[in-house]
Write a protein that binds this ligand. Structure first.
Ligand SMILES: [Zn+2]
Ligand SMILES: [Zn+2]
Length: 240
């Protein structure tokens, strides 16, 4: 406690968005909170995209998820990938901002509440080791660790691995993304015993087409996991 108080005096809590002083740790100031597109209300049960109407309705599905097969049971996302939602993700990914991961994990744990099951295992979507080397950390693993802390569930940082390096998906269309990711993720051979019959919550920073999460979910299905759900910090939604 004394150490915490001392740290507060040296490093008073700052807003994650603008750097202004805030009352609590790991939060946003009032202005940034208003500018951050938190997803609330009725959402697609498979990807977490906001839908018109009132929630909650566990059977609502968005247009994308009607067309694209999702190899998981349910999904949620904390933010829309736009405005401050986008800048927070970019800062987390490329700016070494581990403080953002802590706050984001709390928002994600809140969004994931309808998905949580006893004995659920949390696992991050993996980066290929060459990318990990360059970036030094896997932002999805930071988020998964945080979500595990907030929910009291256990997590497995290396449940999944990337067998091959996939080129950047930036700017690629949906079909190209699914083709690039097909079979790219597999279960760590020594982690199979951890998921047989067990519900799994896959964690990633952003869901765009859902191709990466689909590859991760397929790997879990192939190893006979129980129900698979997905959770992301931000969802890229059309026309928003
Ligand atoms: Zn702020
Ligand atoms: Zn959807």
């Amino acid at each position: 406690m004394i150490l915490q108080t001392a740290l507060r005096m040296v490093y008073p809590p700052r807003c994650l968005g603008c750097g202004g002083l805030v009352d609590s740790d790991f939060g946003l100031c009032g202005t940034c909170w208003r500018d951050t597109p938190f997803i609330v209300g009725l959402v697609c049960n498979l990807c977490g995209t906001p839908l018109p109407g009132d929630g909650p309705d566990d059977s609502a599905v968005c247009d994308d998820c009607l067309v694209i097969a999702r190899p998981w049971a349910a999904g949620r996302s904390a933010l829309l990938y736009k405005d401050r939602g986008r800048s927070l993700v970019m800062a987390l990914k490329h700016g070494d901002r581990h403080d953002i991961a802590r706050a984001a994990a709390a928002w994600m744990a809140q969004a994931a509440r309808p998905l949580l099951q006893r004995n659920m295992l949390i696992a991050p979507v993996p980066l290929h080791w060459t990318r990990l080397l360059r970036r030094k950390f896997n932002q999805s693993a930071l988020l998964a660790d945080g979500v595990a802390r907030h929910t009291g569930l256990s997590w497995c940082p290396d449940l999944l691995e990337r067998r091959r390096r996939t080129e950047s998906l930036e700017g690629k269309g949906r079909d190209a993304r699914f083709a690039a990711l097909d079979g790219a993720i597999s279960l760590h051979p020594r982690r199979r015993h951890r998921i047989a019959g067990r519900p799994v919550l896959l964690v990633d920073d952003v869901m765009t087409s859902g191709a990466t999460l689909a590859a991760a979910a397929e790997a879990c299905r192939a190893s006979r996991a129980g129900e698979i759900c997905v959770l992301t910090l931000a969802r890229v939604a059309k026309d928003t």
